[in-house]
Write a protein that binds this ligand. Structure first.
Ligand code: 1HE
Length: 248
């Protein structure tokens, strides 16, 4: 923990943080059991790369049923990242490939440094994404870009990747963790109900028909603004005690 920010680090640098079944289970357990004082989380990778994806040494002949259960075990773990109690910032560097990109896509914000590159080698390895990538990655970059990456093995560098929508922030090499911590600390200071609305209501509203979305938005906003914390924050601004929005 760094104050109220839980820092979760993938620590298999010798295997480029490849996601073995054990590491997937550890991710699930970690995000399902974050300390109660955590208000935001950062996920990072030790060594030169964020994550090399599925541990290919564990890829064995599975029948369809076993393959289904394996994929579903990733869904549970990555859902724990995305649907947990706190917003998560992924601090990216080096390889963010295959299942590593699927993991990064489950975070709420991605910060990349200049060493970052993105790929989906599943296409060239004769497999398909199985960790939620077909649901989450098109929401970041669109179906056409993901299809191209998987059909052709295209690799995006950090600059093109930020433009395409993989990351929301691009920082100099070696600075993604620092920036992710800065953002997570800021998010940790938000009213918890606002963070909850952004994590759990916004993605659902974005998928609802407009009329349902407007209705869900009205419900969520009325709940958020009725919290004592919201009233206090608005009062502080009106009394000149809260920061103004500053032009950057
Ligand atoms: C691995 C893995 C891995 C490295 N599984 N062992 N992912 C991929 O297809 C990406 C495969 N990895 C790579 O392309 C490269 O390793 C990297 C670009 C990520 C890094 O390159 P580099 O030169 O720094 O490292 P390296 O020498 O390739 O790898 C170091 C060691 O890590 C080496 O093992 P060693 O015992 O020979 O030292 C590698 O074998 C090992 N290693 N990546 C197992 N992925 C839910 S479905 C998701 C489907 C997918 O994710 S498919 C995409 C899998």
């Amino acid at each position: 923990m760094q104050d109220t920010v839980a820092v979760v680090t993938l620590r298999r640098p010798a295997k480029r943080n490849a996601l073995s079944d054990g590491l997937i289970a550890a991710l699930r357990d970690t995000f399902q059991n974050l300390p109660p004082e955590a208000r935001a989380a950062v996920i990072a990778g030790e060594g030169d790369h964020f994550c090399a994806g599925l541990d290919l040494s564990e890829l064995r002949e599975r029948n369809a049923g076993e393959g289904m259960h394996h994929s579903r075990s990733w869904h549970v773990a990555l859902d724990a990242v995305q649907q947990g109690p706190v917003p998560v910032v992924a601090a990216l560097h080096g390889a963010v490939v295959g299942g590593g990109l699927e993991l990064a896509a489950a975070a709420h914000i991605r910060v990349a440094d200049e060493s970052t590159f993105y790929a989906l080698p599943e296409g060239t390895r004769g497999i398909f994404v199985g960790g939620g990538g077909s649901v989450r990655i098109p929401r970041l970059i669109g179906v056409a870009r993901m299809t191209d990456m998987m059909l052709t093995g295209r690799v995006y560098n950090a600059t093109d990747g930020e433009r395409a929508g993989f990351a929301q922030y691009l920082v100099p090499a070696g600075q993604s963790l620092e920036k992710a911590l800065e953002l997570a600390t800021r998010m940790a200071g938000n009213a918890p109900l606002t963070n909850y609305a952004l994590m759990h209501a916004l993605p659902r509203i974005a998928e609802q028909p407009a009329d349902h979305g407007f209705f869900t938005e009205a419900l969520m906003s009325s709940i958020a603004q009725s919290a004592p914390e919201a009233k206090e924050r608005v009062r502080a601004f009106l009394e000149g005690k809260a920061a103004k929005v500053q032009k950057q």
